[in-house]
Design a protein. Sequence first.
Length: 131
Amino acid sequence: MLRPILPLLLTVLLLPAPPPAAQEAWPDMRDGEIWPPAAEADAWTDAFRPMPLHEAAARVAARYDGRLIAARTVPPTPEERALGADLVYHFRLLTAGRMALDIRMDARDGRFLDVLGRGQMQARRPVPSSP
């Protein structure tokens, strides 16, 4: 079990220390300091919280009738980035009419960014009216 990991472990252990020029390029990395500071890292992670993929898939299922056949995370296109999207969920849905829809959704807030494919009007579920 350890045999495949051993060469990698030996390589890492035998790597030379970084030259002084590299240490000067990143002064925050000296003396075991953490970069970026923990408060900065926490602020960034709190600012970017994508919705769970299963919640995004539930939103797609609530809007379109069909079977979800694929889901993945992708980087935004320049147009989507201009709209404020940092990460995009890309879904592929097979409608009852055997048409495929490509659905792109903002991973942070669940906005539908783009829906491509034939039969999307037939697959669209009616919006429930509020009483």
